[in-house]
Design a protein around this ligand. Structure first.
Ligand code: FAD
Length: 440
């Protein structure tokens, strides 16, 4: 009887799970494990999503007469002990981008019993390999996209297994905790992710208007909202891509359907960039030679985190983030630019705050985008956003501002953009921490 362990690390789905399929093929009994929490730096939104995802995965496994064992300790400590106890011949796990994530696998491999091998597969990305030489990195997104689009189609997603070997006999597994009823605006788990994918593409056909709506700030359907499920491994990016292509060939293809794939290439780019540059993206200077200049100011940083800078678009977005764990891409660019360029704070403070707050936190996309915004990525051009002009352009009736900043609701909409200039300023709302002459 050969026993194996499949560790579904940050990959809470059955679809497109090559390592699970491989483990199932090679073993007569299989213990399927996942980590209890998304890690010490995750805040409440990601924790809740993680819990919901574990519970959903356990239910899906139940339909195949299997179940999830939730690790009570760190994987590096518990998995080797489980392997020893079960006499497991192998541990199958998907990779993850990021230097810490890779180091965890190295430690795990060293602690496994001699008779147990670690098998590491790919992570949640589109391509198995790229037509790019190692020496060509780091390269810009445009160059990456041109090389990839010209030469390559994403590798196909693997179907979910129709059957699995049973759990090891006599093993008393620890199932997930009961899921909290309140799941915020995103419900964790593969079924919820697939439902969103189906609704957005085939159901509501919003994918046909993505390019026009993607910069909207207020409505849930302005963009796909696939990110929480992609980042937490509930959706396979290959499945998302192939569903968009199925829609394009069976229903309609237009600039918007292409643009969803274009954005997925950004996600892909940051993963390969992080692979190629190791921990360099986390340094103050990132991939650039010179770090941006900043003067650490705890009060400014705190005002930014709390949504109390007195600059409405920034405050609305930061409060949305705290309340929901989400913020649109347009708002993310603005608050990042404001922190780095207007408040002159260390960009890594912003990235670390996002790491805690975001429900869709993804190490490569987060640190890659922050570095890009701070000018420490592969493109060091000045990227300053006029946060007042952007609010006027993307929230012309100041509805997003009114939604997240109740103090400003009574003001006429034109005054909500610059409340300190209103005839009767609102006492509860702060004056702007900084003012830039370019705003007007
Ligand atoms: P859509 O606009 O519908 O895009 C579809 C998908 O494409 C997204 O789900 C995402 O997987 C991918 N995508 C879109 N834009 C980007 C981008 N700029 N970079 C990488 N992938 C992209 N995205 C994360 O998934 N996790 C993060 O931790 C994260 N941190 C960010 C930090 C900053 C400072 C900025 C500017 C952007 C960050 N993004 C991050 C990228 C982007 O903001 C989110 O992916 C997007 O807002 C998620 O909403 P959506 O699924 O509706 O995106």
């Amino acid at each position: 009887m050969s026993v194996g362990i499949a560790w579904l690390r940050g990959a809470f789905r059955l679809d497109d799970q090559p390592m699970l399929v491989e483990a199932a093929r090679r073993c007569d009994a299989l213990l399927i494990v996942a980590e209890r929490s998304p890690g010490p730096r995750a805040g409440v939104h990601r924790r809740r999503f993680h819990l919901g995802s574990l519970a959903a995965l356990d239910r899906a496994l139940g339909a195949l007469d299997q179940g999830l064992h939730v690790l009570r300790e760190t994987p590096g400590d518990e998995i080797p002990r489980l392997a020893e106890r079960l006499g497991a011949r192998g541990v199958w796990v998907g990779a993850a981008p990021g230097s810490e994530e890779r180091a965890t696998l190295g430690r795990l491999e060293r602690s496994l019993p001699e008779t147990c091998r670690l098998h590491v597969g790919r992570d949640n990305r589109l391509f198995d390999a790229l037509p790019i030489e190692a020496g060509d990195w780091p390269m810009s997104f445009s160059k990456f996209r041109r090389k990839v689009e010209r030469n390559l189609a994403p590798d196909p997603a693997l179907d979910a297994p129709a059957a699995l070997p049973p759990p090891p006999a006599g093993f008393d597994r620890a199932p997930p905790d009961r899921q909290a009823d309140d799941c915020g605006i995103f419900a964790g788990g593969e079924a919820a992710g697939r439902k969103r994918l189906d609704d957005y593409v085939f159901g509501q056909r919003r994918v046909l208007r993505y390019k026009q709506t993607r910069n909207g700030l207020l409505s849930f359907d302005d963009s796909t909202k696939f990110s929480p499920w992609l980042a937490n491994g509930c959706l396979s990016v290959r499945r998302v891509w192939s569903e968009v292509e199925r829609f394009e060939s069976g229903v309609e293809a237009n600039q918007s359907t292409y643009w969803v794939k274009f954005e997925l290439l950004w996600r892909e780019y940051f993963r390969w960039l992080m692979d190629a540059t190791g921990s360099a993206l986390f340094r103050a200077e990132g991939l650039a030679d010179v770090p941006p200049e900043w003067r650490a100011d705890a009060k400014r940083l705190q005002a930014w985190r709390e949504g109390m800078t007195g600059v409405p678009l920034v405050d609305a977005a930061m409060r949305e983030l705290a309340a929901t764990g989400y913020m649109s891409n347009r708002a993310r660019q603005n608050v990042a630019s404001f922190l780095v360029k207007d408040l002159a704070q260390d960009w890594r403070e912003g990235a670390a705050w996002f790491e805690r707050q975001l429900v869709d936190y993804d190490v490569a996309s987060n640190w890659g985008n922050w570095a890009y915004q701070a000018g420490t990525g592969t493109d060091t051009r000045e990227r300053w956003f006029n946060v007042i002009g952007q609010a006027r352009r993307y929230d012309p009736d100041a509805e997003y501002l009114a939604h997240w900043l109740p103090e400003l609701r009574e003001l006429p909409s034109r005054d909500r953009f610059v409340p300190w200039k209103a005839a009767a300023p609102v006492a509860e709302y702060p004056a702007p921490v900084v003012e830039d002459p370019r705003w007007s």
